[in-house]
Design a protein around this ligand. Structure first.
Ligand code: KG4
Ligand code: ZN
Length: 339
């Protein structure tokens, strides 16, 4: 479809500066510079994030072009994350993309970050087949939790969304409470592997339809730990693995129960997982088991295309390029942007 088109893509919506070069659906390079500066704060500090993006953007793009062995003049268009995300961070990527494109006289393509997480499934991988339309995708990241009905590459409808926190935040905030640093998901995932997933129970919020709410779960987690440490100051340390395993088990069950209900309701044959939280081993394993039980085909992108990366922005941009959907230089990034 778009085999010979070379795109440079930039992602800077949160705390990763990433640049990628794609030739059609083949990723020639995908460079990600993360920002350890936030670790000490238990979450991303927006002001620090945009400063770090400014430091990283030029070397990251240079490296992406070098690894891809692609010269600037070979690039047909520049894609960038238009939103949603942190405005200061988005501005760095958008301004760079515009300047780069203007200097070469090539078009820019603004991309919705959430759409890109889903379209990461279409990045060429000889070991994977792509989802067939229509399919349902559970997108779980540090900023979003959505169940999306994907009818065509550029036609998606949100059928379930979170009313408050995102699934990734539920991991990150619990890790912060336990003093495990940021981001919390990977640490909780590692510790959970050694623990008892049935030992502790947490609240399950009642939310209509296929929507989610995580704030009640987080509060019940906080209160349980606060009460237990009141009686025994070493409670967290002594039970860390069991706490992580039980909490992870609770979140995964909650996410997959909703996905199952939505998948049955929409009678899809394919289900997909996207976003940073899909790196979670327990979620992945049980997602595959769920698909098997429902007789549906499961899809999860390669690990490096699950967390924030520019390759997924480039993949989404290839679909827009094929449709002739370009933006003009007056386009500005948006902190809030719906699918
Ligand atoms: O998609 P992503 O890289 O960035 C956003 O767009 O937010 O997702 C980052 C989120 C963080 O909340 C992080 O804790 C979570 O994904 N995460 C995980 C794991 N790896 C990353 N959550 C649970 N288990 C993991 N293994
Ligand atoms: Zn993301």
């Amino acid at each position: 479809m778009f085999d010979s088109v070379h795109l440079l893509a930039i992602e800077s919506s949160c705390d990763d500066t990433s640049a990628a070069v794609l030739k059609g659906d083949h990723v020639l390079s995908n460079i990600v510079a993360d920002q350890s500066v936030h670790n000490a704060y238990g979450g991303v500090v927006p002001e620090l994030a945009s400063r770090e993006h400014q430091k990283h953007i030029v070397p990251v793009v240079d490296r992406a072009l070098a690894v891809a062995e692609t010269g600037r003049k070979q690039v047909h268009a520049v894609a960038f994350t238009e939103g949603p995300g942190l405005l200061g961070s988005l501005l760095v990527g958008a301004s760079f993309a515009k300047t780069f494109a203007f200097s070469l006289g090539i078009p820019i393509i603004g991309i919705n970050h959430m759409q890109a997480h889903i379209l990461a499934h279409f990045i060429y991988d000889p070991k994977k087949d792509v989802p067939e339309f229509p399919f349902l995708c559970l997108t779980v990241s540090g900023g979003h939790t959505q169940i999306v009905l994907v009818e065509e590459p550029l036609q998606m409808t949100v059928v379930g969304t979170t009313k408050d926190d995102a699934a990734g935040e539920a991991f990150d905030k619990a890790a912060k409470i336990m003093g495990l640093g940021y981001p919390g998901g990977p640490v909780i995932g590692r510790l959970a592997a050694e623990g008892d997933p049935e030992r502790f129970q947490f609240a399950t919020p009642e939310v209509a339809g296929f929507d989610f709410s995580f704030s009640g779960i987080k509060t019940s987690f906080l209160y349980q730990l606060r009460d237990a440490t009141g009686k025994d100051p070493d409670f967290i340390n002594d039970n860390l693995q069991d706490i992580c395993a039980s909490y992870q088990n609770h979140l995964v069950t909650y996410l997959l129960n909703r996905l199952e209900a939505a998948a049955v309701h929409h009678s899809v044959k394919h289900i997909a997982l996207a976003g940073g939280v899909s790196a979670n081993r327990e979620l992945r394993d049980r997602f595959y088991k769920l698909a098997e039980r429902l007789g549906m085909r499961p899809h999860i992108p390669k690990f490096e295309f699950c967390t924030d990366n520019a390759a997924m922005i480039g993949m989404a941009a290839q679909f827009k390029y094929a449709e002739g959907q370009f933006d003009d230089l007056s386009t500005t990034p948006k902190a809030r942007l719906h699918l």
